[in-house]
Design a protein around this ligand. Structure first.
Ligand code: MSP
Length: 649
């Protein structure tokens, strides 16, 4: 048996911090089409995706929703996996950075780099952008704001561990300058060289003490590992690197391609190769930074006037229409602009009119004129047949040529060149006129054979890109989606005598103006009902716990003896709470609901065995229980006076 060449392809791991929109699906759908194409092209593919679950941003989102971080994450990850299922994403592995094996491997990696001297301890002061989890120097800020996302930054000071990124500067410059394939498209090379590498790299701060939701630095538990070091290493930990079984790593590494949006190319083409160099691990073969799907001039992030929810779009217009739009309409490597009009026009023009019509006309004619039995191509014609047959016969090679260069829209355009040529062939050969003349029966049969074969080849070649239509088309020809292109991509393989069913409508035709008006109305109604639709809170119930789980929580009655606003925060109050003989400092986010002085003397319910947490520079040694409804937050107190320090059960 032929040994297959391996192909390891990755998406970035996604932040589970928000609502998924069409733009977020872009990388994953593109990688899916590539993975499916390579599988059919005889490669042993490993397609990795997953979620990036640590960091302050996640911690804050969960806190703001008053849900435990892990509970919040589990719900988000389920939603994401459902979305990938809906869109037919054929990943081989889904990694979560909260998976135990990943966390252990990251600690091993941190240890190894520390022992090697590539990670060292020092102090750090810089401007921190919480949404991007990035530190910046003053000169890197743009108008005093984060250069990546344009949001506010805060001055932060920490004792921290550093990765010797500067040590790898020359090797990185050499890598990008002398290996043009390593970073694509080419424009990203100039960007990295001119903006980051040539001006000089500084060592990278790779630990944090300002929050806790991360992987602990193994030998210094006050610190958690910087999320990007944690996240980037997923590409090797998912394969078992520094874990119990590294056979997948041995088999699939180095990655053939890491695909990502352009905003995170810097992390992938500078920091990631430097980490790998430090670990003495071979480098990925290619980093590809694709463009963004834009709405107006912004990266898609809002919903006004447009349906950009992939679930709703798929339900309304089909999963294939969503995949087709993303793969065909966005010039690969560049930005693409989303609009409902462009989406619907693409769907009508290509899927309904060109493909759908070709399939329904052809199969209807085979049924009408030949009782649904495929005739033999016994009467070729030199004028019309050769061009159609040539396009169909070489379609695989042409499409493969484009896919090898990651020219996905061009590959699809090529398949539709065949579809359009076949439609033109119907107009040229006029089968309905041939059908009127008994002497033309063989010619009519040949025309219909050529058309049916063209449909088959188009469907086979569309199989990596669309997930419903190719299977439906092939089913009408008595075929199924092949596992491999081998033996399926040459013209003339469909046997005369095959039963051809009459195809159902593949895609309905949409009245674009009517549909756009309906969308607009729907959006207005949704906005009027809830102006904050995009930020609807997720109300997932927490998982059930046992009485033993509950018994782990120690609750006691405490008396508030002092209260003041915490200087660095407008949310937190700092309380002195007397519990028996002990007075503890406890922070609570109720500054908007209570004046400090009105809380003094209250008997409150305290969680006393909660691990201390540092918030805004102050350590909190417990938690006060509160209840919340739309009127605000109230402290839980005892119904009658009780001795302070009493236990609660
Ligand atoms: N967690 C990091 C990646 C860590 S990889 C070690 C991250 N996650 S993300 O959820 O923000 O982005 C995931 C992918 O979605 C990225 O490739 C990003 O570029 C892509 N997109 C998110 N919005 C997008 C558009 N509007 N258009 C195209 N792709 C975009 O970054």
């Amino acid at each position: 048996m032929k040994t297959k060449r391996k192909y390891y392809i990755t998406t970035p791991i996604y932040y589970p911090s928000g609502k998924w929109h069409l733009g977020t699906c872009y990388t994953t759908v593109v990688c899916d089409a590539l993975a499916r194409f390579k599988r059919m092209d005889g490669f042993d593919v490993f397609y990795l995706t997953g979620t990036d679950e640590h960091g302050q941003k996640i911690e804050k989102v969960a806190q703001s929703k008053k849900i435990e971080v892990k509970t919040y994450l589990d719900a988000q990850i389920n939603t994401l996996k459902e979305l990938w299922k809906l869109l037919g994403i054929s990943y081989d592995k889904f990694i979560r950075t909260t998976d135990d094996y990943h966390q252990r491997a990251v600690q091993n990696i941190f240890n190894k780099l520390y022992e090697k001297g590539d990670i060292y301890k020092s102090g750090y002061e810089g401007w921190y952008c919480t949404p991007c989890e990035s530190f910046w120097t003053k000169t890197q800020l743009v108008d005093g704001k984060c250069p990546d996302c344009g949001r506010e930054v805060e001055l932060a000071k920490e004792e921290a561990y550093f990765f010797r990124l500067s040590k790898y500067q020359d090797r990185l410059i050499d890598l990008i300058e002398n290996n043009p394939d390593f970073l694509q498209p080419k424009s990203r090379q100039n960007e990295m060289l001119n903006n980051f590498l040539r001006p000089g790299l500084q060592d990278l701060c790779v630990s944090r003490t300002s929050f806790q939701w991360g992987i602990e630095v193994p030998f210094d538990k006050k610190h958690v590992v910087y999320v990007w070091l944690d996240a980037l290493t997923n590409y090797i930990t998912a394969l078992g690197y520094m874990g119990e079984d590294d056979s997948l790593f041995q088999k699939y590494w180095p990655a053939d391609i890491h695909m990502m949006g352009k905003e995170i190319v810097r992390f992938h083409s500078i920091i990631w190769p430097a980490i790998l160099m430090a670990l003495d691990v071979p480098l990925p073969k290619q980093i590809y930074g694709h463009g963004w799907l834009l709405l107006g001039s912004d990266k898609i992030s809002k919903s006004k006037g447009n349906i950009i929810d992939p679930v709703e779009l798929s339900a309304r217009y089909s999963v294939d229409a969503v995949r087709y739009y993303l793969l065909r309409e966005v010039p690969f490597g560049n930005d693409g602009m989303y609009s409902n009009r462009a989406f619907l026009s693409r769907r009508n023009a290509d899927l309904t009119n060109s493909l759908g019509n070709l399939v329904s006309r052809t199969t209807a004619m085979v049924n009408q004129y030949f009782g649904g039995i495929l005739p033999a191509p016994s009467c070729p014609d030199k004028t019309y047949d050769p061009e159609l047959i040539a396009i169909a016969d070489t379609l695989y090679e042409t499409v493969k040529g484009y896919m090898d260069k990651l020219l996905v829209p061009e590959a699809l355009a090529e398949i539709f060149r065949l579809v359009n040529r076949a439609n033109k062939y119907i107009d040229e050969t006029t089968p309905w006129i041939l059908a009127k003349d008994a002497a033309q029966k063989e010619r009519l049969g040949t025309v219909l054979y050529n058309l049916t074969e063209s449909i088959r080849l188009a469907a086979v070649m569309l199989s990596p890109f669309l997930i419903e239509a190719p299977a439906k088309i092939l089913a009408t020809l008595g075929e199924s989606v092949p596992l491999s292109f081998d033996d399926t991509v040459k013209f003339g393989q469909l046997l005369p005598g095959t039963t051809i069913a009459k195809a159902d409508k593949l895609f309905d035709r949409i009245d674009i103006e009517k549909e756009l008006a309906a969308i607009e109305k729907q959006m207005e109604a949704a906005e009027a009902k809830n102006p904050k639709t995009a930020e609807k809170p997720i109300t997932h119930a927490k998982p059930q716990i046992t009485i033993d789980d509950f018994a782990k929580v120690e609750l006691k009655v405490g008396k508030i003896v002092s209260a003041e606003k915490l200087q660095k925060s407008n949310k937190l109050l700092k309380f002195g709470v007397k519990i028996g003989d002990e007075t503890r400092t406890i922070l609570s986010g109720i500054a908007k609901h209570y004046k400090p002085e009105e809380t003094i003397g209250k008997s409150v319910v305290v969680v006393t065995n909660l691990a201390p947490a540092k918030l805004c520079g102050c350590v909190s040694e417990g938690m006060l229980l509160c209840a919340e409804d739309e009127n605000g937050v109230i402290l839980l107190t005892t119904e009658k006076p009780v001795e302070n320090g009493s236990s609660i059960s």
